[in-house]
Ligand binder design. Structure first.
Ligand code: FAD
Ligand code: NAI
Length: 510
């Protein structure tokens, strides 16, 4: 009996491994060899989608492209998984691991989608056209043209807020795009190599090794945490001469960092930063930035204000979002938008208020939610459902029109059949029209704070769970891993984490 059981176990294992391997090969083959797509149908409405960020990509992922002539316009031909961007500044995650080429998934849509790598420079609402411009290095000049639309989705995100503070654009680094992370990574090593150059004065060494982050929101906090990790795990081991000189300061205008998190987590973050020796300067508002120092106004406990000069080597500016020029220009064209300041005011169906056939998603839309990836992704998904249902509604209405004509001519059994078809059609119409307004479901907020610790405010049952520490860090890791765009991204990120843990971060300066 034992021998026969073993034989059967072996056979089952063998056959299932072969089947599993065959299935995996088939999936890989399919993912590398997409089938031909239906060509876009010019008789259908043209839906133009601006941007390839969280909002637009979530829409495109869930949209049935057979219903529309879809055109996507963005200067970025990839989707960027922003939550792991701070890790790219130190090389713990390589930037290509969190980028997904837009064509990788558009090629798998039922009907083909056109993609133009270009900047939308103006939306002409009256004429229903988008002006686009492509500054290709290969052509050496700018190519500008127009794209007409029947329906438009604006998902261009936001730009970095500087509040008009002099010197910010010239001297600091932002953290929004891949290029920003690469610039920071190079600048960190530049500061360190220059600080250790022969015969540097102690003041200059101190300045170069002072890394200043302005903005105590999640971007600033996560970057400061990643940079401190880089220092603790790698820099101070390979360059012991900077051990006592490297320092990070986080500057925040408000009385505390991470204002969107619960009080307990704010305290936990501040305590962790203290242990990590990151200085937090709250109630400190940066007013001016020069090449080598910033000028900041500090409010003392008695309410008096003092100006201070803070020298820096690297300055990362993370003070939130501002409206993009293309969005501000569209707002000017629509009278109903005149009171909106932070972006396009939208109604509960994400229609731009005062406009017809124009929707907005993500950071450029103002719908009473925080400008986060979570909100943008849910908005994109909602719009896809809305557009799919609108297309179905139109198709059913057309069929019902045809049936009612048929009914007027039909007699006897034919008439009964047509009447039944009409009833079915009306039922279907009621069902597809049932889509309600957009409702955001908040899953929680997560932020990495360095030293393998994270903080999380998670919606739990009907309450809220505030937690911080190493366990939360593993939760943060698994949550972000599962949220990555594709299996390919997940594998690359895991490989980077393993590589970084075993070999350390790559300190070579590109
Ligand atoms: P984006 O994702 O910014 O995409 C905008 C798109 O529009 C881009 O493809 C851009 O190239 C394109 N575009 C720009 N200008 C034009 C133009 N003129 N014409 C055409 N296209 C244009 N949120 C979370 O919920 N969790 C997180 O952990 C988190 N971490 C973050 C970390 C960092 C470092 C940053 C910067 C943000 C983070 N966010 C996070 C916020 C989140 O990334 C944004 O809320 C989200 O990206 C907004 O999505 P969006 O589609 O509106 O804009
Ligand atoms: P933010 O708007 O959240 O925070 C910016 C901070 O900068 C504010 O606290 C503000 O008081 C401060 N500030 C502004 N001007 C200043 C000045 N002159 N001097 C000193 N401090 C100044 O911006 P952030 O962090 O860039 O985030 C943008 C959006 O992206 C937010 O909605 C955020 O929730 C989201 N995000 C979410 C993440 C997460 O969930 N883990 C990570 C990163 C961003």
């Amino acid at each position: 009996i034992l021998r026969s059981t073993l034989r059967w176990t072996w056979r089952v294992t063998y056959i299932s491994s072969i089947a599993g391997f065959g299935y995996l090969s088939w999936i890989i083959y399919q993912s590398r060899n997409p089938v031909d797509q239906a060509e876009p149908d010019p008789s259908k409405k043209t839906l133009v989608v601006l941007g390839t960020g969280w909002g637009s990509v979530s829409l495109l992922k869930n949209l049935d492209t057979e219903n529309y002539n879809v055109i996507v316009i963005s200067p970025r031909n990839y989707f960027l998984f922003t939550p792991l961007l701070p890790s790219c500044t130190t090389g713990f995650v390589e930037h290509r691991s969190i980028m997904e080429p837009i064509r990788n998934f558009l090629r798998f849509k039922k009907a083909a989608v056109k993609f133009y790598e270009a900047n939308a420079t103006k939306i002409d609402y009256e004429r229903k056209v988008v002006h686009i411009s492509d500054e290709s290095e290969i052509r050496g000049d700018t190519c500008a043209t127009e794209v007409p639309f029947d329906m438009l989705v604006v998902g261009v995100g936001a730009e970095n807020a500087t509040f008009g503070i002099p010197g910010v654009r010239e001297h600091s680094s932002f953290l929004k795009e891949v290029g920003d992370a690469q610039k920071i990574r190079t600048r960190i090593m530049d500061c360190i190599e220059t600080a250790t150059f022969k015969d540097q004065t102690p003041e200059e060494t101190k300045r170069l090794l002072h890394m200043v982050v302005v903005g105590g929101g999640p971007t600033g906090v996560e970057f400061a945490g990643e940079l401190q990790d880089f220092f603790e795990s790698d820099l101070k081991k390979w360059m012991p001469e900077i051990r006592d000189k490297f320092h990070i300061t986080l500057i925040e205008a408000l009385p505390n960092v991470l204002p969107m998190f619960s009080k307990q987590l704010i305290e936990y973050t501040e305590k962790t930063f203290k242990e990590e020796t990151i200085s937090i300067r709250t109630k400190t508002m940066v007013k001016n930035v020069t090449e080598k120092y910033i000028e900041a106004e500090f409010t003392q406990p008695d309410g008096t204000k003092v100006m201070e000069q803070i020298p820096y080597g690297l300055l990362v500016w993370a003070t939130g979002n501002a409206v993009r020029p293309i969005v501000a220009d569209l707002m000017k064209q629509i009278p109903a938008q005149k009171d909106s300041r932070r972006g396009l005011a939208v109604n509960e169906f994400l229609v731009v208020k005062g406009a017809e056939n124009v929707w907005a998603v993500g950071d450029c839309a103002i719908a009473n939610y925080a400008p986060t990836a979570q909100v943008a992704a849910q908005e994109g998904m909602f719009l896809a459902r809305l557009f799919n249902s609108m297309a179905k509604t139109e198709a059913i209405e057309k069929r019902l029109e045809a049936l009612s004509e048929e009914q007027s001519k039909a007699a006897g059994e034919d008439r009964t059949r047509v009447l039944n078809d009409i009833k079915d059609g009306q039922k279907q119409l009621r069902r597809v029209k049932q889509i309600g307004p957009f409702e955001y479901s908040h899953q929680g907020s997560l932020a990495y704070i360095g030293s393998e610790r994270a903080v999380a405010d998670i919606s739990w049952l009907s309450g809220n769970l505030a937690t911080g520490g190493t366990l939360t860090y593993f939760f943060w890791r698994s949550a972000y891993l599962s949220m990555c765009f594709s299996t390919r991204n997940r594998i690359l990120v895991i490989a980077d984490w393993i590589k970084g843990t075993i070999f350390g971060r790559d300190m070579s300066r590109e």
